[in-house]
Ligand binder design. Sequence first.
Ligand SMILES: [Fe+2]
Length: 264
Amino acid sequence: MLIAQLSDPHVRPEGMLYQGVVDSNAQFTAAIAHVNGFDPPPDLVLLSGDLVDEGTDDEYATMARLLAPLKAPVLAIPGNHDDREAFRRAFAGLSWLPEAGPVDYVADRGAVRIVALDVTLPGLHHGAMSEAGAAWLDGVLAAEPHRPTMIMMHQPPFDTGVPYLDLYSCRDGHRLAEVVARHPQVERIVCGHVHRFMQVRFGGTMLCTAPSTTTAIALRLRPEAKPASHVEPPALLLHHWQAGVGLITHFVPIGTFPGPYPFA
Ligand SMILES: [Fe+2]
């Protein structure tokens, strides 16, 4: 099973740039073309939040239009830049979408079970692992203890060491760690939000964050560091389930590059 993960495209209304600088729509289009070009094709595409920048219906209409050429089925969660109800309208009619409340759901579509965990708090940039959310997750994981499982969420539940990111993490991450530690079938937790690739051990499993298709948040590790971002090469993650091995996560720069050249 092949699962592509695109994150934080921050789609804008047609003709508008992200933060007045970056054509996030063109970069999302390039990301989708890159995913469509994979051979073998992915079975699923995950969108791990911040699909749009300001949460307007206009942006979601553009997002839907840009997403239309994607050949693989999509599973999405909102991020802090999404508007949960506008997000719900944008994906109305899809089988995985809950009708109300947090966008929590389970998708059983192949070797790897996907659990979408909505830790966003409408109107706020940080997230939180609520007691109710943790109890829901515990029940969902207990129901299928032998299925390899991936949890998708937006804000990461750990301190990254980048000070301006850690103001807006998923708080009360210990609740998530305690649940995950009880369910060793959780192969990976995947997040968005930080616009960088990171990996860390969490709750006894592996957690990784996805790069954005649009911009990279600056890698600054001093406590007094000021927030900034760069237009680094955009990238996506490709999670490859190999029976007998596990879940292999590839970091994949988006674009076309010189080559192929001889291997040896
Ligand atoms: Fe974002």
